[in-house]
Design a protein around this ligand. Sequence first.
Ligand SMILES: [Zn+2]
Length: 346
Amino acid sequence: MIAIALAAVLQEPADVQSGLCQRALAAAPAYSVCTETPHGVALAMDRANADALARHASAGEARFQTYFARDIAPYAVTSSPTPLDRGALETAGFVHVLPWPDPEAFDRARRQGIETAARQFASSQGLGAAQADQMVARALVNGGAEGGKAALDAGMLPHELGHLWFTQAFWPRVDQGDEGVSHYGGPGPDWLDELAAVLLEDAPTTDRRRAQMQQLLRGEVVPTIGPVAGRDTLIDLKGFLSRAHPALARVQMNPPNLPAGGGIALVYTPAGGAPSAAAQERLFYIQARGFVDFLTDKTGRATVFADIAQALAGGRTFEAWLSTDGAALGLPDTIDGLDRLWREGR
Ligand SMILES: [Zn+2]
């Protein structure tokens, strides 16, 4: 009896299996395929793409449970550029709608980004048109490193969902009538928000950030990060804990439709110039991963970031939380003490 029921469930295609996909396809009829995750859906134009997005999102959900142990509101990942009525999906109960570039849109944007960066660099160096063309051609050949779109999606889709889930879990949106939807008291500090997203990345992305952190701390230049003195930035924990997100201005002007954290573009910064915003952004992700590993290691507590977020959402500061809860978790009870511990042996 149980075996028969199970077989029936397994044979049923995912897109007719549940209410979530039915609701999503009714609200976004331009999509032909829907795949469910435990708390959301992935909408796409073909089964392989929908399944891949759902697989990455599901892995992110599991990690969110491990580190934050909070509910995830219904969400939809929508393969773009398919036309989409975001409001209809929200009305259908999807609290988060995350557009994600399909493979063709991704490749177009990648090539465009590489070409723009290469041309800007060529003109800053006073190179002629023919030399600029050569530089673009070379950059397009070299720009496909880092494992391609599938590898990027596996790390960056959970990352971007992490921002949404984390903010909603600890700073839930409230309907303010005529003034629209807003957050109570504003979401948490940038470092904690970024750390929450980095926590949901897959193992290869995590390994890459750890390796880059070690290289940078040794004073090496990492080509995919840019010619920056990464060690100075990474060792500065107080700077990390007080810094506005390097991508903040960009995000406010233009909400990202493309993942920013994967290092897909090449960095062209003349030697000796100020580190580019993109390089600073990459350092911020690496530092977030480093701080995650540091706090997890010192406390032995996977949900320590949920504790911190809960305290900050209640109006406390990180330092106040450290002073009351730090010692019991094996941490110093001040930021100064934490900073000293962070620098030890690095
Ligand atoms: Zn992020």
